[in-house]
Design a protein around this ligand. Sequence first.
Ligand SMILES: C[S@@+](CC[C@H](N)C(=O)[O-])C[C@H]1O[C@@H](n2cnc3c(N)ncnc32)[C@H](O)[C@@H]1O
Length: 263
Amino acid sequence: MTPTGPSPDTPRLYSDLAWLWPLWGDPAGEYAHFARFVAERIRHHARRPLETLLDVACGGGKNLFTLQRSFRCAGLDLSPAMLALARNLNPECEFVQGDMRSFSLDRTFDAILIDDGVSHLTSRPDLAAAFQTAFRHLAPGGVMVVVADSTAETFRQNQTEATPAYPGSCPPGLDVTFIENRYDPDPADERFESTLIYLIREHGRRRIETDRFDLGLFPHSFWRQTLAGSGFDVVEESYRQDDVEYPFFVCRKPTQRNRGAPP
Ligand SMILES: C[S@@+](CC[C@H](N)C(=O)[O-])C[C@H]1O[C@@H](n2cnc3c(N)ncnc32)[C@H](O)[C@@H]1O
């Protein structure tokens, strides 16, 4: 894919304000905990030797920071600004710019992770396209993990969270607080909006920036059926962090031998 500039719909966090992303969540903290769990579940379910992993919508590469200890990793993302951060954090990994709905690489991977970036897909055909694209890039017997940040069942209306930059992440003179409000203005459709306020203090001077994400909100059954419909054997597990339970789909690509056998 030819690199292009950000579209007007690109969240500022993935373009002009991407420099804030490294301050929001510690790669060696909560991301490492999650990534170790992902690696363990992939090892448990795989039916092939595991060497390579592709992180789809890898963002700033915080999951890759830990996953690269278990796999030879590549990351794919739409945003050049986020890919630059990911490269900086993980110089050993390979990075590709692409759209998760349509990328085409000339190889397969033993494992694939689709994490929070998938929330940015706001239509059923887009979600299906992302899973079918991933299926084509997974080797038989390999495992893809898909994590749903929110489903129609788990979404909580008008939820607001304020998170300070994690300790030690800000250079001297800088302080940042991330305020996020999740709101569904039209419960009849399958999307909601996340409004972000970045409260930035530069040498004591206050600066406020705002941002908005349009995010998809699909029923749990749709995730499962679409993954199965894309050809995967699906096992549902869950991942718990900070008292929140996230649907965690382990999706194996059948080999010729186990096609039709229970997962
Ligand atoms: C919250 S960030 C992911 C952070 C990541 N989990 C990490 O470990 O740093 C979400 C990412 O999804 C990417 N994204 C959104 N839509 C995409 C698409 N259609 N294809 C590829 N990447 C996409 C954004 O560019 C952004 O970098």
